[in-house]
Design a protein around this ligand. Structure first.
Ligand code: ADP
Length: 454
């Protein structure tokens, strides 16, 4: 059983998002999309454009043969392509780009070379390739080189001046480079979008985790307060009873007009005010423990932490055991959140109360001692109850491990206590005392200690 506020998300859950992790994501929809279907459609388009050849040069067996070869190449590529394999997609993209560029060059050649209507479309081929394969700049490069060489070759064969040949090749290659640059930018934008999406998903997951963690902690805390309820009611009942009795007395005396001595009146008022103050203090302590807000660790004195916890724990231990506290005044501070450490201690004290109550022995005692041991501060919470049975000891810090009835124990107290203590750089272990009873040992580094004994 235990009480805890909202906790930070464990650091192991803070997954770094790197560019490489984004690249390792499953292939984006464009890559794993219906490439095969697109290739088959494109093959059909290449064949159907034979009608353009007819318009340009009349019926030609050569253009038909070239288009058939082109289309068959695409169909073969569609059938052999493994869309899940990046290397297969790359290989086929380069192949399709090459076959498109070579087929187009051949078409130009058989339809009139530099005089062909198609000749002026040379610079468009790398751009079309970029549109078809927007994620792979190698396709644009392959097409740029082949179309540049093809167009320049046709001009060279016709005996055009070197300047004109180079100019054409330059135009085609420049257009291909612009296309490849566009592809690169598109790919970057897509990676950035994926990264953003992943980061958003990661943040949402962490928020959900932090909320559920905080709820888990809060419900455990409320469970402890619920367990304290009987003691709290008893503790509040006492002052409320004598406040009521005092009011009855005052009412009776004032209404009957009797002359009550001033000292007696002052005593009644003082007693009543003390009762109200006691109730207010109990409520303030409980409210402090049930708060959920997160706080930053600061230097805190263990004497304060222990007294916070002991004030509430006394409500529970009052009729069960004597509570002894021995914290030297010069005990160095530790770096922690005071309220959360107090919750850990309260949890241990309530557990001690439970085991002593179950043991039902006279002379029950719970003791908290603090010592400095080298660079560490050590707190020991001990009781002279039955201690931990041997089969229980190895499981104490497991989440949901409890030997109590379901309405009394959640099995979260010690697990969360250890988690909290470790968040402050400390440790929490349990053992049986030689003389009988349980001992919980909390160790913390001294706040601001540089590792040298002082
Ligand atoms: P819960 O109190 O809800 O059972 P905890 O994690 O706080 O959960 O404790 C787990 C178990 O450890 C308890 O059920 C009890 O068996 C054992 N335990 C804890 N503190 C003591 C103690 N001081 N003496 C004997 N047994 C203890």
């Amino acid at each position: 059983m235990g009480v805890f506020p909202a906790v930070e998300v464990p650091s192991m859950l803070r997954l770094p998002v790197s560019r490489s992790s984004v690249r390792a994501l499953p292939t984006p929809p464009e890559r794993s999309g219906p490439r095969r279907k697109m290739l088959l459609l494109f093959a059909a388009g290449v064949l159907s454009q034979y009608s353009l050849d007819v318009l340009a040069v009349g019926h030609s067996g050569w253009t038909l043969a070239i288009r058939l070869t082109w289309a068959l190449g695409m169909v073969a590529s569609a059938l052999l392509l493994d869309e899940r394999s990046e290397s297969s997609v790359r290989l086929h993209t380069a192949f399709q780009s090459a076959i498109a560029s070579l087929s187009f060059t051949a078409l130009v050649l058989v339809t009139g070379a530099t005089g062909s209507t198609y000749f002026h479309f040379f610079p468009c081929i790398p751009l079309i390739v970029c549109l078809l394969y927007p994620l792979d700049w190698t396709a644009a490069s392959v097409s740029g080189v082949l179309c540049g060489v093809g167009s320049a070759g046709l001009l060279w064969v016709e005996g055009r001046p070197l300047f004109a040949v180079l100019q054409w090749a330059g135009v085609v290659v420049t257009v291909a480079l612009i296309g490849a640059y566009g592809v690169q930018q598109f790919r970057k934008a897509q990676l950035a979008e994926n990264e953003g999406r992943l980061e958003r998903a990661r943040r949402e997951a962490l928020e959900t985790l932090a909320i559920s963690e905080s709820r888990r902690v809060h419900s455990e805390k409320l469970a402890t307060i619920g367990q304290l309820a009987a003691s709290v009611m008893h503790e509040i009942n006492n002052p409320v009873a004598f406040i009521g009795a005092n009011l009855d007395y005052l009412e009776r005396e004032v209404l009957s007009g009797s002359q009550v001595p001033r000292e007696e009146l002052a005593e009644v008022f003082q007693e009543t005010r003390a009762g109200v103050e006691r109730v207010r203090q109990i409520i303030a302590d409980l409210r402090g423990f049930s708060r959920m807000d997160a706080e930053e660790p600061t230097e805190c004195a263990l004497a304060d932490v222990v007294s916070d916890a002991a004030r509430i724990a006394r409500l529970r231990l009052k009729h069960v055991a004597r509570l002894e506290v021995d914290i030297p005044e010069d005990l160095p501070p530790v770096h922690a959140v005071r309220r959360r450490l107090a919750q850990v201690l309260l949890n241990l004290l309530v557990n001690a109360g439970d085991s002593l109550e179950a043991g039902g022995r006279d002379g029950s005692e719970v003791r908290i001692t603090g010592t400095r041991e080298g660079t560490r501060v050590v707190l020991r919470v001990e009781d002279n109850g039955p201690g931990f049975p041997p089969h229980v000891l190895p499981h104490l810090f497991e989440t949901f491990f409890t030997t109590k009835d379901p309405e009394k124990g959640t099995g979260l107290g010690l697990a969360l206590s250890r988690e909290t203590v470790e968040q402050f750089g400390g440790s929490l272990v349990a053992e049986n005392r030689e003389e009988g009873g349980a001992r919980l040992i909390l160790e913390f580094p001294v706040a601001g200690d540089t590792g040298q004994e002082g």
